[in-house]
Design a binder for this molecule. Structure first.
Ligand code: ATR
Length: 268
């Protein structure tokens, strides 16, 4: 049977095997998808061993940047992202690296949550790998402005420079901006530790601004609780993004895009 896997460390809480099993059942595809723990010092070995027979992998924290440097070629999205979350073993044995995180985010916002990004003023909070991975598709959606804000301003400035040719992107520090925006996306890892980036509450226009945390958890994340307390119009978590990025990977591997709504409902 065709073999796929998600590789990370830690990996035991990954929902990807469940998501891909639901996709496979729904589309009538015969495949096996499992979760693999890679040692922190030997991701390359785990990847190589699996892809000796496996057809594709997803990569999660903390190996996406390493995966980028281990593949033979990149899709344009992965090239810019500097990180790979999906690998396909091509018929000649070489490895193609893609990054479906940004596509998944944009699709979750625009399709599942019915919020077209064209013309919006967007704040992207964070400037690590998670933020970098979603900038190209966000700019491609045609916002009026995409401002990257980060606790360490220099990292936001680096990203703004790196993507400047793709659209209206700027950089700022947390305390520099107060003007309300249409959409705030949290791409920091702060929610993991239950904290909220120290951005101004004035960035939320009550009843108007939509807040999106790329993280998800059973209970609302710290960022989404903060957004709700300040009357954000909507507080969305990253579960939809997770399902949509998985659907993009499934499409790359199997040539068919699963219907995500039913899977999202099953997971909720
Ligand atoms: P990831 O791959 O998840 O993006 P990362 O590359 O380590 O991980 O980046 C983490 C991001 O979360 C950074 O933007 C970091 O800000 P700094 O660059 O200033 O370190 C941000 N971050 C983490 N904890 C945070 C907190 N408590 N408040 C604000 N930003 C935080």
């Amino acid at each position: 049977m065709d073999q796929y896997a998600v590789i990370g460390n830690p990996i035991e809480h990954s929902k990807s095997p469940q998501i891909h099993a639901l996709f496979a059942r729904q589309t009538g595809q015969d495949l096996e998808y499992r979760a693999l723990l890679a040692p922190l010092d030997d991701f390359a070995g785990t990847l190589r061993d699996f892809l000796a027979t496996g057809l594709g992998v997803n990569i999660t924290v903390p190996f996406k940047e390493q995966a980028w440097s281990l593949v033979d070629q990149h899709t344009p999205a992965a090239e810019r992202a500097g990180a790979v979350n999906t690998i396909q073993r091509l018929p000649d044995g070489t490895l193609l690296g893609d990054n479906t995180d940004g596509k998944g985010l944009v699709r979750d916002i625009e399709v599942n949550n019915q919020l077209p990004l064209k013309g919006l003023r967007i704040l992207l909070v964070g400037a690590g790998g998670a933020a970098r991975g979603v900038i190209q598709p966000l700019l491609a959606a045609g916002p009026e402005q995409l401002c990257v804000v980060n606790r360490t301003v220099s990292k936001a400035e680096e990203l703004a420079t790196l993507f400047a040719d793709l659209g209206p992107i700027s950089a700022a520090g947390f305390e520099w901006i107060e003007e309300p925006v249409d959409l705030i996306i949290n791409a920091t890892s702060a929610s993991l530790g239950g904290s909220v980036p120290a951005i101004s509450t004035h960035l939320i226009k009550p009843g108007h601004t939509v807040c999106y945390d790329m993280m998800y958890a059973k209970a609302p994340t710290a960022f989404n609780r903060w957004a709700a307390e300040h009357d954000a119009a909507r507080c969305i978590d990253g579960l939809g993004m997770l399902v949509e990025q998985a659907a993009e990977a499934f499409l790359l591997w199997r040539g068919v895009r699963p219907e995500t709504q039913a899977v999202l409902e099953a997971l909720r």
